[in-house]
Write a protein that binds this ligand. Structure first.
Ligand SMILES: C[S@@+](CC[C@H](N)C(=O)[O-])C[C@H]1O[C@@H](n2cnc3c(N)ncnc32)[C@H](O)[C@@H]1O
Length: 297
């Protein structure tokens, strides 16, 4: 006699024939992320490439995927890659107030983020826009030519955010000139053209204030900076700019020391000359810069 029992007997029979081993059962854990990153914390072992320590060494600069090394003073793309993966989600807007040759924008596109970049030099802003397709310049990357310390720049960024459907940016990058080490222009608003290091700090603070106001609460900011040497003394640009950002209300989350050898240019004879000068003058040659990470609480 066959009594319909909803297939239970059949299931029992099949289980007998093909017993389910414990190892066949995979427990699929739900995706668990933070509010500011797509890293799945339930699969955290799958991200060995994401740095969590404070010493960053990159043997060479990434030159593929739209990046070139033609602009003296640009940062290496691996910095953006690390920061974006840890502190942004897909489609987030990154705001870079010292856009330069657009490293932050190129990497934003590569990693499906969006970017607003502000750069003081018109010719540079124009040239950098050629690195993006007309479509990308509408949907993904907005380049503004302005003085990032000004109210006008802040208003322009707000207007672009509005067009992008956002009230605030979700990540802030500040990679200012390292005082006057590289002079980027003769403009009086240029942070590399200040009459003193104090003036540099004050202008930097104004830019950082704009960045603070334009950043979403709870989100992160990165300051990429090196120190300088003036009048036979180290100028701790990194630590002073860090202190200015803390004063504005940014909470300091990390001081990362990045090995600079991947982007250094001095080689051979020039390097030897610096070594001689260091020995004669009682100083050490900079081989590192900082990536400082902050959060807007
Ligand atoms: C260290 S570079 C940034 C390089 C950039 N991160 C890149 O990877 O190409 C600093 C840039 O800030 C720009 N700058 C200096 N003062 C500025 C200001 N007040 N407003 C906007 N940009 C400024 C300089 O022209 C220069 O391109």
């Amino acid at each position: 006699m066959c009594i319909f029992n909803g297939g239970r007997d059949l299931a029992r029979t099949n289980t007998k024939l093909n017993p389910v081993k414990k190892t066949d059962l995979q427990v699929v854990k739900p995706v668990k992320t933070t509010k500011y990153s797509d890293i799945n914390l339930n699969a955290w072992k799958d991200y060995p490439h994401v740095k969590t320590d404070t010493l960053w060494e990159f043997p060479s600069r990434l030159k593929e995927h739209g990046h070139t090394n033609e602009y003296h003073g640009n940062y290496i793309p691996q910095i953006a890659q690390q920061l974006y993966e840890r502190f942004t989600k897909k489609n987030d807007v990154v705001l870079d107030l010292f856009f330069g040759s657009g490293t932050s924008g190129i990497e934003a596109v590569n990693m499906q983020r969006r970017c607003i970049g502000v750069e003081l030099k018109e010719d540079l802003a124009e040239k950098v826009s050629e690195k993006f397709t007309p479509k990308q310049l509408v949907t993904d990357v907005n380049i503004i030519c302005a003085d990032s310390a000004s109210n006008l720049a802040k208003e322009k960024v707000k207007a672009r955010l509005d067009i992008m459907g956002e009230d605030f940016a979700q990540f802030l990058i500040l990679h200012p000139p390292y005082d006057d080490i590289i002079k980027f222009s003769d403009k009086k608003e240029d942070l590399s053209n200040c009459s003193s290091t104090d003036e540099f700090y004050n202008l930097f603070e104004k830019v950082a204030q704009n960045g603070y106001d334009l950043l979403e609460k709870g989100r992160f900011a990165a300051l990429i900076i090196g120190d300088s040497y003036k009048n036979s003394e180290v100028q701790p640009l990194g630590f002073e700019c860090m202190a200015r950002m803390q004063k504005l209300g940014f909470a300091l989350k990390a001081i990362i020391v990045k090995d600079m050898q991947g982007n250094e240019r001095a080689k051979g004879k020039t390097a030897n000359l610096w070594r001689y000068r260091a020995l004669a003058g009682g100083f050490y040659i900079f081989k590192h810069e900082y990536v400082m990470v902050f959060q807007k609480r």
